[in-house]
Design a protein around this ligand. Sequence first.
Ligand code: SF4
Length: 207
Amino acid sequence: MTENNLVYLLENKIYINLTNLCTNDCIFCIRGLKDDVVGSNMWLSTENITAQDVISQLKEVEDKIHYGVTFCGYGEPTIKIEILKEVAKYIKENYPNTKIRVNTNGHANAIHKRNVIPELKGLVDEFSISLNGENETLYNELSQPKIKNAYEEMKSFAKEAVEAGIKTTLSVVTGYKDYKINVTECENIAKEIGANFRNREWLNNGY
Ligand code: SF4
């Protein structure tokens, strides 16, 4: 069996792929388009992974850790919150200058039925949260969430992160098919929350 790619490199930066599970099913998710990111297959043969599995793959690319580490991949990393925390703790203890970012759909508090932000404070330096649209209807159409009240959950997660003093960016993807996103309104939502804003143009290969 080929080893699961829990850790992969993109332009020399380290990314961590903890899971293939997600509480969204975004219509533009690259999971539906291709199996790999620059040659690393993102599908895991098992969800039964441990922090040690991730750490041992991290050690293989140790020389690049100082560029920063992003939890991302083909799934929602906060679903595996305990592993995420353990790996982030390992990074912070061994490479204290390394910045850790989590790319997330912002559903963590809904998934775990508690506010996980205090647990992540000091471990995560930045959240990049998918806002995806300026209202719930558009969000639901684009993200196809599998949990209730996902849009509000995502925004309140962003608010908690900002209030905890963690750098937070809300993002949208524009240019996907004929979907029209009101970028100004999205930017205003980010401003109201106190977060940064990023408009990412849709790229066919996803990155
Ligand atoms: S939140 Fe991310 S991983 Fe989940 S379906 Fe959307 S794009 Fe894919």
